[in-house]
Write a protein that binds this ligand. Sequence first.
Ligand code: SF4
Length: 360
Amino acid sequence: MSSQNQRINEFRIRLLHWFRDHHRKLPWRETQDPYKIWISEIMLQQTTVQAVLPYYRKWEKLFPDMESLSRAPLQRVLKAWQGLGYYQRARNLHKASRIMKDKFEGKIPSDYDELKKLPGFGPYTTAAIMSFAFDKTYPVVDANVRRVIIRLRRIRQKASPDDKALLPFLQTQLPLKKSCHFNQALMELGALVCRPKNPRCLLCPVTEFCQAYQTGEQEVIPPPKKRNYKKIEAVVGIIRKNSQILIQKRPSSGLLAELWEFPGGKRATGESLEQALDREIKEELSAEVAEKKFLTKVHHAYTQFQVDLYAYECRLKSEPRFNTRQRWVTLRAIRRYPVPSGSAKIIKFLEQREKIKHQA
Ligand code: SF4
């Protein structure tokens, strides 16, 4: 064996032994079911394991297999996803489950080219399913793996390198047999040891292979990403008719598509919150606000933006214009509707207020 092959072999052995002894026991690692592995992979994208665990467990009960997911109405799927963000992923899961039911007898195809044609199967997901569900030799590059390789190879670029630039290295390291364990080990190393901040190099099984560690640059490679969150201020009206509240469904495409919310919208430049509320209610419901009372302000950071949401109790001068995307529902019934997380916080406020009223 050449010295380079010996080195690759040693790297694999150290990584795999570490993984055997230190990996987290997670429900999607205890199953061979491609459907469950697929669900977990979609949930885990840009979301932490801790955040995903309760969603995954609930999902297992609601939609235990492809059949149950494909038969479920989209609104039920969106409700189960509520709070995880990136709702397009839930829509794609639902859409892909219906295609797999019709075209592949409810099974996930084990062919890379078939798989990547399905909604939501980008390069990462396709490779992950090929590797974790079917143990085929595909390198899997997520944010953790990307960071580990950048440090191992001491890649000092300002912008994060393209995955294509990392693949040749990864392919040389990937064993032909049980490559799924190797992929998972590298991901786990990134999650537990080679963390974005304060990597725990003293616990790392591959320090002697790490060029960033050898030069003391592990803290500065890769450079931290600057997030420029767009900040939005928006107003919503809580409009009541007897014991019911008006909610409306967002458009079927675009941001937070098909979720339900209270009428309202963004504050325009130069407008006061109250002026924004009057304008939004007029635009959306063709009605004028007769009285309004500030109720609460909530803050929520979505992936693409942060919002300060101001809720007002409103009485209108006339009946609002009604369309098929609107509903009058009781506060109790709103729980059944999928809503964006900002609206969920307002609903929680309203529920607490009702509770206090009943106790008084
Ligand atoms: S030595 Fe440190 S920087 Fe290098 S791979 Fe291990 S944890 Fe990451």
